[in-house]
Design a protein around this ligand. Structure first.
Ligand code: NAD
Length: 361
């Protein structure tokens, strides 16, 4: 029986519409191959929404996103909106939709493609074969804990405060997501904390240990965050799935991503406990190359693959798109951002066509 999905498309600004068009064409191409049917509905977010409605996340966009099975976002932002008050900036729309959909788990893969090994700043033999998924807690920890603020002491001296706090339930739900993901990958999970110093981390470690009892097929290890930061650049192949809190995850996910050396290749996913997930490339709207057919659509294509795998539970269709990405790289197609001499320089559209050709369309 044909499986139907409603997908909200948020093309956003800058190169967003160009790379979104490629992702949609890929989804349309794989759909009949796996007996899937997508109903796509576009909605404005970011600068495009500010122009249309005055707000970066119109209530209609959020309502539509909530009604769908998955949300595919391209990128938001642009110079022309940078001087608006914070509440009206494109970035505020992005934070608002993450909050509105209750997305507490951020998935950031760092995968090395053999053809792009030289884009990494690390040695070939260190990064070859790296395939890591960082699962970051997104809505708790020190970015949200109370008390927070800058307070004036009786002496007149000011004191800045943030609080790193996690409730058991917050730890359990992110741990569960991470164990489930590790199970879909190579079955190894490394939990990163600072339990030697922080009480909140001790609770984190205890709850992750407890959750591990429900996942005997997943091999769990723990690392202190300082050691994890070192190990990521020393021997990154040791990692499969990493789970960590908001602050540590913010830093480690960027560190892991940079092992790959190229921003135009990095997808991400944000998941909640129920309702649709949000899938988007890590990069921004690249206003410097917008409208010039120069954008690399591969991170957007890989975001569509993450949507299929982690949002819609269609791993075969996801793998098909991922294979097409590997194939175009093997065949030498490169957009400007990942170009090296000897490769075939193509624009966004031509890269999309090359991907389609590898999907058998
Ligand atoms: P950016 O990621 O947009 O661009 C950084 C550099 O990488 C630029 O030189 C750009 O041309 C290049 N680049 C990025 N993606 C590319 C792609 N797919 N193909 C080829 N080249 C690519 O970051 P920025 O310049 O700091 O920010 C530009 C705008 O994007 C800002 O308004 C910022 O707020 C916004 N932004 C949005 C998101 C998001 O939507 N999630 C993330 C980061 C930045």
């Amino acid at each position: 029986m044909t499986q139907q999905y409603r997908v909200t498309l948020l093309p956003g600004d800058g190169i967003g519409p160009e790379i979104m068009a490629v992702a949609v064409s890929l989804l349309k191409a794989v759909a009949p191959q796996f007996d899937l049917e997508f109903q796509f509905q576009s909605a404005p977010i970011g600068g495009a929404a500010i122009e249309a409605t005055g707000e970066p996340l119109p209530p209609e966009t959020l309502a539509q996103a909530k009604e769908s099975d998955a949300v595919l976002l391209a990128a938001i932002g642009g110079y022309q909106w940078d001087s608006l008050p914070r509440a009206q900036r494109p970035e505020t729309g992005l934070l608002a939709i993450r909050e509105g959909l209750g997305l507490f788990a951020n998935l950031r893969p760092a995968t090395i493609f053999p053809e792009l090994l030289d884009a990494s700043s690390l040695k070939r033999e260190v990064v070859e074969g790296v395939d890591i998924m960082v699962v970051r807690e997104l809505t708790g920890g020190i970015y949200f804990g109370q008390p927070k603020g800058i307070f004036t002491l009786e002496t007149g001296e000011k004191r800045g405060v943030n609080t790193m706090a996690y409730r058991e339930g917050e730890i359990d739900r992110i741990a569960k997501v991470a164990f489930e993901i590790a199970r879909k990958r190579r079955g190894k999970l490394c939990s990163v904390d600072k339990a030697n110093v922080l009480d909140v981390s001790q609770l984190w470690r205890d709850r992750v240990e407890l959750m591990a009892q429900s996942y005997p097929d997943v091999e769990l290890s723990h690392l202190y965050v300082d050691n994890a930061a070192m190990q990521l650049v020393r021997a990154p192949r040791q990692f499969d799935t990493i789970v960590t809190g908001n602050l540590f995850g913010d830093i480690l996910s960027d560190e892991a991503a940079m092992l790959t050396g190229s921003i135009g290749m990095l997808p991400s996913a944000s998941l909640g406990s129920s309702g649709p997930g949000l899938f988007e490339p890590v990069h921004g709207s690249a206003p410097d190359i917008a409208g010039q057919d120069k954008a690399n659509p591969l991170a957007q294509a890989l975001s569509a693959a993450m949507m299929l795998r982690y949002g819609l539970d269609q791993p075969q269709a996801a793998a098909k798109i991922e294979e097409a990405v590997k194939a175009v790289l093997r065949q030498g197609y490169r957009t400007g951002d990942i170009f090296s001499p000897g490769a075939r320089l193509v624009g966004c559209q031509a890269m999309g066509e090359a991907l389609l050709a590898n999907l058998g369309s």
